[in-house]
Design a protein around this ligand. Structure first.
Ligand code: SAM
Length: 214
């Protein structure tokens, strides 16, 4: 069944827990997800499921994109770092809300395609680079939010350290098979960790993630 973007946004509000943040729901209604998938997948672009983008990677499920964005508590003054650019869709959703998005992708071909996607759509506030995002982007820190769209075995210290005070790191943590979505908030002298629900992401591969090949 072909689902429209409007229907997809309604479905996001019916999940448990639902997506309720208006800024996030409006961003999800504005970003054309069909522009971020291959032509042969366009009919499924607004289904609430991940889709392949090549190189054994996926564009995440719309619910996960919306929920992770909501958990950042985004506002127009924020600078956000995304790890795992993939198609560029999550970066575009963030760019609709926040001031600036830095995004790192380890696979050069995906980074290049994502760059083309966001340029074509006219986003001026997204900067994409190729590299190992598990170590973050210290030169551009501190970030008011960091979102990791790949599963990590443990919380990378490097990312926590690049958070601003009150900044949030949203990251799936756990074994390769499944993870738990966690939100780490930087307090003045400490970090606070909250656990949300179970999820399943492709692995974060890098110095502070999994080793290539498992
Ligand atoms: N956010 C993406 C989107 O909107 O299309 C989906 C991301 S996909 C689920 C995860 C991505 O993380 C993949 O493209 C993968 O290559 C990338 N990745 C894995 N480890 C990484 C690392 N250490 N640094 C940067 N990117 C990484």
């Amino acid at each position: 069944m072909r689902i429209t973007r409007e229907e997809m946004v309604r479905i996001l509000q019916m999940h448990d827990p639902p997506v309720t943040n208006k800024l996030v729901l409006d961003a999800m209604s504005r970003v054309p997800r069909h522009e971020f998938v291959d032509e042969n997948l366009i009919s499924r672009a607004y289904n609430d499921s991940p889709l392949p983008i090549g190189h054994y990677q996926t564009i995440s499920q719309p619910y996960m994109v919306a929920k992770m964005t909501e958990l950042l508590n985004p506002n127009p003054h924020m600078t956000v770092l995304e790890i795992g650019t993939g198609s560029g869709y999550q970066a575009a959703v963030l760019a609709e809300i926040v001031k600036k998005v830095y995004s790192i992708e380890r696979i050069p071909e995906l980074a290049e395609k994502a760059e083309q996607n966001v340029k074509k759509m006219g986003y001026q506030n997204i900067v994409i680079r190729v590299g190992d995002g598990s170590v973050g982007w210290p030169e551009m820190s501190p970030f008011q939010g960091i979102i990791v769209t790949a599963g990590a075995p443990s919380i990378p210290n490097s990312l926590q350290e690049q958070l601003d005070i009150q900044g949030k790191l949203v990251i799936p943590i756990g074994p390769m098979e499944f993870q738990v979505l966690q939100v780490i908030t930087r307090l003045k002298d400490d970090f606070e960790t909250k656990q949300y629900f179970q999820c399943r992401f492709v692995p974060l591969i890098g110095i502070r993630g999994w080793r290539e090949g498992g």
